[in-house]
Design a protein around this ligand. Sequence first.
Ligand SMILES: *Cc1c(COP(=O)(O)O)cnc(C)c1O
Length: 281
Amino acid sequence: MQNSPITPFEFKSEFFHIKRDDLLRPFEGNKARKFYYFYKNDFPSVQTVVSFGSNQSNAMYALSELCKLKGWEFVYYTNHVPELLKKNPQGNYLDALKNGAEIVEINLNGDELREYVLSLQNEKTLIIEEGGRIKESEYGIKMLADEIKDYVKKNNLKIFLPSGTGTTAYFLAKHLNTEVLTVPCVGDEKYLKKQFELLGGGKIPTILKPRKKYHFGKLYKNLFELWSELKNAGIEFDLLYDPIGWDTVFYYGLKNILYIHQGGLKGNVTMIKRYKRKYGL
Ligand SMILES: *Cc1c(COP(=O)(O)O)cnc(C)c1O
Protein backbone atom coordinates (compact mmCIF):
# COMPACT_ATOMS: atom_id res chain seq x y z
CA MET A 1 0.00 0.00 0.00
CA GLN A 2 1.38 3.41 -1.00
CA ASN A 3 1.20 6.55 1.13
CA SER A 4 -1.86 8.58 0.29
CA PRO A 5 -1.18 12.26 -0.49
CA ILE A 6 -2.03 15.29 1.62
CA THR A 7 -3.62 17.97 -0.56
CA PRO A 8 -4.49 21.63 0.06
CA PHE A 9 -8.19 22.49 0.00
CA GLU A 10 -9.74 25.91 -0.05
CA PHE A 11 -13.33 25.91 1.10
CA LYS A 12 -15.58 28.78 2.14
CA SER A 13 -12.53 31.09 2.14
CA GLU A 14 -10.73 28.87 4.62
CA PHE A 15 -7.65 26.77 4.00
CA PHE A 16 -7.57 23.10 4.98
CA HIS A 17 -5.18 20.19 4.63
CA ILE A 18 -6.77 16.90 3.53
CA LYS A 19 -5.25 13.45 4.01
CA ARG A 20 -6.56 11.64 0.96
CA ASP A 21 -7.21 8.08 2.08
CA ASP A 22 -9.92 8.02 -0.60
CA LEU A 23 -6.97 7.70 -3.01
CA LEU A 24 -5.37 4.70 -1.26
CA ARG A 25 -4.79 1.66 -3.46
CA PRO A 26 -5.30 -1.30 -3.92
CA PHE A 27 -8.33 -0.52 -1.80
CA GLU A 28 -9.39 2.73 -0.29
CA GLY A 29 -10.61 4.49 2.81
CA ASN A 30 -10.36 3.79 6.47
CA LYS A 31 -11.62 0.24 6.01
CA ALA A 32 -8.48 -0.41 3.96
CA ARG A 33 -6.45 0.86 6.95
CA LYS A 34 -8.45 -1.32 9.30
CA PHE A 35 -8.01 -4.47 7.21
CA TYR A 36 -4.41 -3.85 6.18
CA TYR A 37 -3.21 -6.23 8.88
CA PHE A 38 -4.99 -9.09 7.12
CA TYR A 39 -3.74 -7.97 3.72
CA LYS A 40 -0.14 -7.74 4.86
CA ASN A 41 0.21 -10.90 6.94
CA ASP A 42 -0.09 -14.56 5.99
CA PHE A 43 -2.92 -16.69 7.25
CA PRO A 44 -2.18 -20.11 5.74
CA SER A 45 -5.12 -21.89 7.34
CA VAL A 46 -7.75 -19.28 6.45
CA GLN A 47 -10.06 -20.04 3.53
CA THR A 48 -13.09 -17.94 4.36
CA VAL A 49 -13.82 -14.55 5.86
CA VAL A 50 -17.18 -14.05 7.52
CA SER A 51 -18.60 -10.70 8.56
CA PHE A 52 -21.93 -8.99 9.07
CA GLY A 53 -23.66 -5.61 9.01
CA SER A 54 -25.77 -3.46 6.73
CA ASN A 55 -26.39 -4.21 3.05
CA GLN A 56 -24.56 -1.04 1.89
CA SER A 57 -21.65 -1.11 4.30
CA ASN A 58 -18.26 0.29 3.27
CA ALA A 59 -16.65 -2.45 5.37
CA MET A 60 -18.47 -5.14 3.38
CA TYR A 61 -17.11 -3.78 0.12
CA ALA A 62 -13.57 -3.38 1.51
CA LEU A 63 -13.64 -6.97 2.79
CA SER A 64 -14.75 -8.18 -0.64
CA GLU A 65 -11.68 -6.45 -2.10
CA LEU A 66 -9.44 -7.95 0.55
CA CYS A 67 -10.81 -11.46 -0.07
CA LYS A 68 -10.40 -11.11 -3.81
CA LEU A 69 -6.76 -10.09 -3.35
CA LYS A 70 -6.12 -12.90 -0.89
CA GLY A 71 -8.08 -15.60 -2.70
CA TRP A 72 -10.46 -16.08 0.22
CA GLU A 73 -14.17 -16.86 0.14
CA PHE A 74 -16.24 -14.06 1.60
CA VAL A 75 -19.57 -14.63 3.34
CA TYR A 76 -21.48 -11.63 4.63
CA TYR A 77 -24.61 -11.80 6.79
CA THR A 78 -27.13 -9.03 6.72
CA ASN A 79 -30.57 -8.69 8.20
CA HIS A 80 -32.33 -7.53 5.07
CA VAL A 81 -31.75 -6.89 1.39
CA PRO A 82 -34.65 -4.91 -0.15
CA GLU A 83 -36.22 -6.44 -3.28
CA LEU A 84 -35.40 -3.29 -5.21
CA LEU A 85 -31.71 -3.63 -4.40
CA LYS A 86 -31.73 -7.32 -5.38
CA LYS A 87 -33.32 -6.49 -8.73
CA ASN A 88 -31.17 -3.44 -9.28
CA PRO A 89 -27.88 -3.91 -7.40
CA GLN A 90 -25.80 -0.77 -6.88
CA GLY A 91 -23.15 0.85 -4.70
CA ASN A 92 -21.21 -1.23 -2.20
CA TYR A 93 -23.71 -4.09 -2.57
CA LEU A 94 -23.14 -4.36 -6.31
CA ASP A 95 -19.36 -4.10 -6.08
CA ALA A 96 -19.16 -6.64 -3.28
CA LEU A 97 -21.18 -9.06 -5.42
CA LYS A 98 -18.87 -8.40 -8.36
CA ASN A 99 -15.94 -9.33 -6.13
CA GLY A 100 -17.61 -12.67 -5.45
CA ALA A 101 -19.13 -11.95 -2.04
CA GLU A 102 -21.85 -14.30 -0.88
CA ILE A 103 -24.36 -11.99 0.80
CA VAL A 104 -26.74 -13.96 3.01
CA GLU A 105 -29.98 -12.60 4.42
CA ILE A 106 -30.60 -13.77 7.95
CA ASN A 107 -33.46 -13.09 10.29
CA LEU A 108 -31.29 -11.92 13.17
CA ASN A 109 -30.37 -8.47 14.43
CA GLY A 110 -27.99 -6.72 16.79
CA ASP A 111 -26.30 -8.92 19.40
CA GLU A 112 -28.11 -12.05 18.16
CA LEU A 113 -26.63 -11.63 14.71
CA ARG A 114 -23.21 -10.87 16.16
CA GLU A 115 -23.26 -13.95 18.39
CA TYR A 116 -24.41 -16.15 15.54
CA VAL A 117 -21.57 -15.00 13.31
CA LEU A 118 -18.98 -15.32 16.11
CA SER A 119 -20.14 -18.93 16.60
CA LEU A 120 -19.02 -19.75 13.04
CA GLN A 121 -15.37 -19.32 14.05
CA ASN A 122 -13.03 -22.18 13.23
CA GLU A 123 -9.44 -22.49 12.04
CA LYS A 124 -10.36 -22.01 8.38
CA THR A 125 -12.66 -19.09 9.08
CA LEU A 126 -11.72 -15.57 9.98
CA ILE A 127 -14.52 -13.58 11.63
CA ILE A 128 -14.48 -9.81 11.26
CA GLU A 129 -16.69 -7.68 13.49
CA GLU A 130 -19.12 -5.20 12.01
CA GLY A 131 -17.46 -2.06 10.66
CA GLY A 132 -13.97 -3.40 11.42
CA ARG A 133 -14.21 -2.66 15.14
CA ILE A 134 -11.28 -4.93 15.86
CA LYS A 135 -7.94 -4.76 17.62
CA GLU A 136 -6.14 -5.71 14.42
CA SER A 137 -7.13 -2.37 12.91
CA GLU A 138 -4.52 -0.68 15.10
CA TYR A 139 -1.83 -1.96 12.73
CA GLY A 140 -3.04 -0.06 9.67
CA ILE A 141 -4.20 3.02 11.58
CA LYS A 142 -0.78 3.33 13.22
CA MET A 143 0.65 3.46 9.69
CA LEU A 144 -1.71 6.31 8.93
CA ALA A 145 -0.49 8.06 12.10
CA ASP A 146 3.13 7.57 11.01
CA GLU A 147 2.38 9.03 7.57
CA ILE A 148 0.98 12.29 8.99
CA LYS A 149 3.11 12.69 12.14
CA ASP A 150 5.81 14.97 10.70
CA TYR A 151 3.42 16.94 8.52
CA VAL A 152 1.10 17.94 11.36
CA LYS A 153 4.03 18.83 13.57
CA LYS A 154 5.71 20.96 10.93
CA ASN A 155 2.48 22.79 10.10
CA ASN A 156 1.20 22.93 13.67
CA LEU A 157 -2.10 21.19 12.88
CA LYS A 158 -4.69 19.29 14.84
CA ILE A 159 -6.38 16.23 13.36
CA PHE A 160 -10.09 16.11 12.62
CA LEU A 161 -12.20 13.19 11.42
CA PRO A 162 -15.84 12.10 11.84
CA SER A 163 -16.44 8.85 13.76
CA GLY A 164 -18.65 5.80 13.47
CA THR A 165 -17.33 3.21 15.90
CA GLY A 166 -14.49 5.63 16.75
CA THR A 167 -11.85 2.99 16.01
CA THR A 168 -9.91 5.18 13.57
CA ALA A 169 -9.96 8.26 15.79
CA TYR A 170 -8.99 6.22 18.85
CA PHE A 171 -5.91 4.59 17.33
CA LEU A 172 -4.83 7.88 15.74
CA ALA A 173 -4.96 9.57 19.15
CA LYS A 174 -3.05 6.66 20.63
CA HIS A 175 -0.20 7.01 18.15
CA LEU A 176 0.04 10.79 17.79
CA ASN A 177 1.07 13.52 20.19
CA THR A 178 -1.18 15.92 18.31
CA GLU A 179 -4.75 16.50 19.47
CA VAL A 180 -7.31 14.40 17.58
CA LEU A 181 -10.81 15.90 17.36
CA THR A 182 -13.86 13.93 16.31
CA VAL A 183 -17.65 14.06 16.16
CA PRO A 184 -19.96 11.08 16.71
CA CYS A 185 -22.08 10.28 13.63
CA VAL A 186 -23.61 6.93 14.64
CA GLY A 187 -24.39 7.19 18.35
CA ASP A 188 -23.98 10.15 20.70
CA GLU A 189 -20.98 11.30 22.77
CA LYS A 190 -21.72 8.67 25.40
CA TYR A 191 -21.71 5.87 22.85
CA LEU A 192 -18.41 7.06 21.42
CA LYS A 193 -16.82 7.36 24.84
CA LYS A 194 -17.87 3.80 25.56
CA GLN A 195 -16.28 2.60 22.31
CA PHE A 196 -13.03 4.29 23.32
CA GLU A 197 -13.13 2.51 26.67
CA LEU A 198 -13.79 -0.84 24.96
CA LEU A 199 -10.82 -0.25 22.68
CA GLY A 200 -8.54 0.22 25.67
CA GLY A 201 -9.20 3.69 27.10
CA GLY A 202 -6.23 5.82 28.13
CA LYS A 203 -5.52 8.75 25.85
CA ILE A 204 -8.68 9.33 23.85
CA PRO A 205 -9.74 11.81 21.13
CA THR A 206 -11.55 15.04 21.96
CA ILE A 207 -15.25 14.54 21.29
CA LEU A 208 -17.16 17.48 19.80
CA LYS A 209 -20.94 17.48 20.01
CA PRO A 210 -22.56 18.00 16.59
CA ARG A 211 -24.50 21.20 15.94
CA LYS A 212 -27.70 19.16 16.29
CA LYS A 213 -28.62 15.51 16.60
CA TYR A 214 -28.31 13.96 13.14
CA HIS A 215 -29.66 10.41 12.84
CA PHE A 216 -27.21 8.18 11.00
CA GLY A 217 -28.26 7.44 7.42
CA LYS A 218 -31.15 9.91 7.50
CA LEU A 219 -31.36 12.59 4.83
CA TYR A 220 -30.83 16.26 5.71
CA LYS A 221 -31.09 18.89 3.02
CA ASN A 222 -28.50 21.16 4.64
CA LEU A 223 -26.01 18.27 4.72
CA PHE A 224 -26.56 17.47 1.05
CA GLU A 225 -26.02 21.13 0.18
CA LEU A 226 -22.82 21.18 2.19
CA TRP A 227 -21.66 17.99 0.45
CA SER A 228 -22.42 19.54 -2.97
CA GLU A 229 -20.44 22.67 -2.09
CA LEU A 230 -17.49 20.53 -1.02
CA LYS A 231 -17.70 18.66 -4.30
CA ASN A 232 -17.85 21.86 -6.31
CA ALA A 233 -14.81 23.08 -4.39
CA GLY A 234 -12.92 20.10 -5.77
CA ILE A 235 -13.17 17.07 -3.49
CA GLU A 236 -15.91 14.47 -3.29
CA PHE A 237 -16.48 13.24 0.26
CA ASP A 238 -18.72 10.49 1.56
CA LEU A 239 -22.36 11.34 2.28
CA LEU A 240 -22.86 9.55 5.59
CA TYR A 241 -20.07 10.84 7.82
CA ASP A 242 -18.32 13.74 6.12
CA PRO A 243 -21.20 16.22 5.85
CA ILE A 244 -21.62 15.92 9.64
CA GLY A 245 -17.85 16.22 9.93
CA TRP A 246 -17.68 19.44 7.91
CA ASP A 247 -20.78 20.85 9.56
CA THR A 248 -18.94 20.39 12.86
CA VAL A 249 -15.75 21.99 11.53
CA PHE A 250 -17.70 25.15 10.70
CA TYR A 251 -19.89 25.06 13.80
CA TYR A 252 -16.77 25.23 15.99
CA GLY A 253 -14.81 27.39 13.54
CA LEU A 254 -11.93 24.88 13.55
CA LYS A 255 -8.77 26.16 11.93
CA ASN A 256 -5.36 24.66 11.27
CA ILE A 257 -6.63 21.12 10.93
CA LEU A 258 -5.65 18.12 8.90
CA TYR A 259 -8.99 16.58 7.87
CA ILE A 260 -8.80 12.84 7.28
CA HIS A 261 -10.74 11.86 4.14
CA GLN A 262 -11.75 8.31 5.01
CA GLY A 263 -13.03 7.30 1.59
CA GLY A 264 -16.33 5.47 1.25
CA LEU A 265 -17.40 7.03 -2.06
CA LYS A 266 -19.04 3.87 -3.45
CA GLY A 267 -21.83 4.32 -0.95
CA ASN A 268 -22.62 7.75 -2.42
CA VAL A 269 -24.39 6.24 -5.43
CA THR A 270 -27.33 5.10 -3.34
CA MET A 271 -27.30 8.15 -1.07
CA ILE A 272 -27.46 10.52 -4.05
CA LYS A 273 -30.42 8.57 -5.46
CA ARG A 274 -32.21 8.78 -2.13
CA TYR A 275 -31.58 12.53 -1.92
CA LYS A 276 -32.79 13.05 -5.48
CA ARG A 277 -35.94 11.08 -4.81
CA LYS A 278 -36.70 12.90 -1.58
CA TYR A 279 -35.89 16.47 -2.55
CA GLY A 280 -36.08 16.28 -6.33
CA LEU A 281 -32.58 17.74 -6.48
C1 LIG B 1 -16.27 3.41 8.44
C2 LIG B 1 -16.18 4.84 8.09
C3 LIG B 1 -16.09 5.85 9.07
C4 LIG B 1 -16.11 5.54 10.54
O1 LIG B 1 -14.93 4.93 10.98
P1 LIG B 1 -14.79 4.44 12.50
O2 LIG B 1 -13.40 3.94 12.61
O3 LIG B 1 -15.81 3.35 12.68
O4 LIG B 1 -15.08 5.61 13.38
C5 LIG B 1 -15.99 7.17 8.65
N1 LIG B 1 -15.99 7.50 7.34
C6 LIG B 1 -16.08 6.57 6.38
C7 LIG B 1 -16.11 7.00 4.96
C8 LIG B 1 -16.17 5.21 6.72
O5 LIG B 1 -16.27 4.28 5.75
